[in-house]
Ligand binder design. Structure first.
Ligand code: HEC
Ligand code: HEC
Length: 323
C-alpha cells in the first residue's frame, strides 16, 4: 500500500515538473506573462504574410489602405499590422505621426486593456468588415495576436529622446556586455556582419538602431520571422530595460556599410570622413567649431561692433591730429 502511494506521488511530481517545463512562461518585460504564444503574436504583428502556411494570396492593397494617401507603401506590406499601427504600437500618435510612414491610422496600445473576445472580434472584422483577418489567420494565430496585444506591448517613448532618437538613461556598459555575449556572434562586433533592407536602403545594425529604435526593440525582444535562428530577448528573460540597454549600445556602433578608416588631415580626400557641420573629431576642428559657435553668438557680434567703432574713432583722431 505504502509503495503504491509513494509510487503515485513520484508520478504526480514527475507530471507536474513536466507540465511546468512545457508551459514555460518567461520573466516578462512588463510583469505580464510572455510565452511562446506572445512571441508568435509579435512576429505575426511584424509580418504575418510571411509566416502563415500556406502563404496567403493577397490581391492589391489592404482595403483600409485606400483611406490614406500619404504613405507610398503598396501591395503586401499594406497588409502587415505594423504598417498601420507602428513599431511603437502608437500609430498616428507615435513615431508614425509624421514622415514617410504617416498614414493617420490609430495605435493599438490602449487596446491592451480589452478582453480577449473583444480583441478577437476586432481582428475578425466585427466593427469593420475590412479589418477581418480571420479569413487568413488560423484560430491559434488570432489568439497569439490577442495574447501579444494584451501582454507584449511595451511603452518605450519616455526612454527615447524624440529628436535625437537616442536612448535616455540606459546602462551602456550593461548593453555592451549583453551585445558582446549574445549578438556579436552573428552581427559582428561592429554590427556590420549582416545587412538589412530599410526603406529602400541596405543598412547595418548600428544605423537601424539610430534610425528606427522602435523596430530595433520590437525585433530584439521578439525576434523576426526573417531570422528564425536569431535569439529572442523575451526567451532570454530580458527586461524592457535590458532591451533598451542593448539598443543604447547599438546606437554607438558605426552606421556606414564600408569599413571606416580615419585618414589624417593631410590625406583626407574631399567627400570622405566628416560631413561638413558634423561633430568635431580632433583639436583643430574642435577649436574651429568652438570659434564658429562664438562667432555666431550675439556676444561676439557686440565685441566685433565695439572693435569696429574703436578703429573708426582711432582713424578719425589720427586724421584730425595730422591737420
Ligand atoms: C491597412 C491598415 C490596417 C492594418 C493592416 C491593420 N489594421 Fe488594425 N486598425 C486599422 C484601423 C484604421 C483601425 C481603427 C478602427 C477601424 O477603422 O476599423 C484599426 C483598429 C485596430 C484595433 C483596435 C484599436 C482600438 O483601440 O480600438 C486593433 C487591436 C487592431 N486594429 C489590431 C490589428 C492587428 C493585430 C492587425 C494585423 C493582423 C491589424 N490591426 C492590421 C487599420 C489597420
Ligand atoms: C544566430 C544569429 C543571430 C544572433 C545571435 C542575433 N541575430 Fe539579429 N539577426 C540575424 C539575422 C539572420 C537577421 C535577419 C536579417 C534579415 O532581415 O534578412 C537578424 C535581424 C535582426 C534585427 C532586425 C533588423 C531589421 O531589418 O529590422 C535586429 C534588430 C537584430 N537582428 C538585433 C539583434 C540583437 C540585438 C541580437 C542580440 C540580442 C541579435 N540580433 C542576435 C541573426 C542573428
Amino acid at each position: 500500500m505504502k509503495r503504491i502511494i509513494s509510487g503515485s506521488l513520484l508520478i504526480l511530481i514527475l507530471v507536474l515538473t513536466l507540465g511546468l517545463l512545457v508551459n514555460n512562461g518567461y520573466a516578462s518585460p512588463i510583469g505580464k506573462l510572455v510565452d511562446e504564444k506572445v512571441i508568435r503574436g509579435a512576429q505575426l504583428y511584424d509580418d504575418w504574410t510571411k509566416i502563415v502556411v500556406p502563404a496567403p494570396t493577397l490581391a492589391g492593397n489592404q482595403p483600409i489602405w485606400s483611406r490614406q494617401t500619404t504613405s507610398t507603401l503598396g501591395g503586401v506590406d499594406t497588409w502587415r499590422c505594423v504598417s498601420c499601427h507602428g513599431w511603437d504600437y502608437k500609430g498616428n500618435e507615435g513615431a508614425f505621426r509624421s514622415g514617410p510612414n504617416y498614414t493617420g491610422f490609430p495605435g493599438i496600445y490602449a487596446a491592451r486593456e480589452m478582453d480577449p473576445s473583444e480583441l478577437e472580434g476586432i481582428l475578425a472584422g466585427v466593427n469593420n468588415e475590412n479589418h477581418d483577418f480571420s479569413l487568413y489567420l488560423a484560430d491559434s494565430d488570432m489568439q497569439a495576436l490577442t495574447a501579444f496585444i494584451q501582454n507584449g506591448l511595451i511603452e518605450d517613448n519616455e526612454f527615447i529622446d524624440p529628436v535625437s532618437l537616442k536612448v535616455l538613461g540606459g546602462d551602456l556598459a550593461n548593453g555592451q556586455t549583453l551585445y558582446s555575449g549574445t549578438c556579436a556572434q552573428c552581427h559582428g562586433d561592429d554590427g556590420r556582419q549582416i545587412q538589412f533592407r530599410y526603406e529602400g536602403q541596405d543598412i547595418n545594425l548600428g544605423k537601424l538602431a539610430g534610425q528606427d529604435p522602435w523596430r530595433f526593440l520590437h525585433r530584439t525582444r521578439f525576434g523576426t520571422a526573417r531570422a528564425p535562428e536569431m535569439v529572442v530577448g523575451a526567451s532570454l528573460g530580458w527586461t524592457a530595460q535590458e532591451g533598451r540597454d542593448v539598443l543604447l549600445y547599438a546606437q554607438t556602433l558605426p552606421t556606414g556599410l564600408e569599413a571606416e578608416n580615419t585618414p589624417s588631415i593631410g590625406e583626407q580626400t574631399p567627400g570622405s570622413g566628416e560631413q561638413p557641420g558634423g561633430p568635431a573629431s580632433n583639436v583643430f576642428t574642435g577649436i574651429l567649431t568652438a570659434l564658429g559657435a562664438i562667432a555666431t553668438g550675439l556676444g561676439f557680434a557686440i565685441i566685433l561692433g565695439a572693435l569696429l567703432i574703436g578703429i573708426i574713432l582711432l582713424v578719425v583722431w589720427f586724421l584730425r591730429g595730422r591737420k
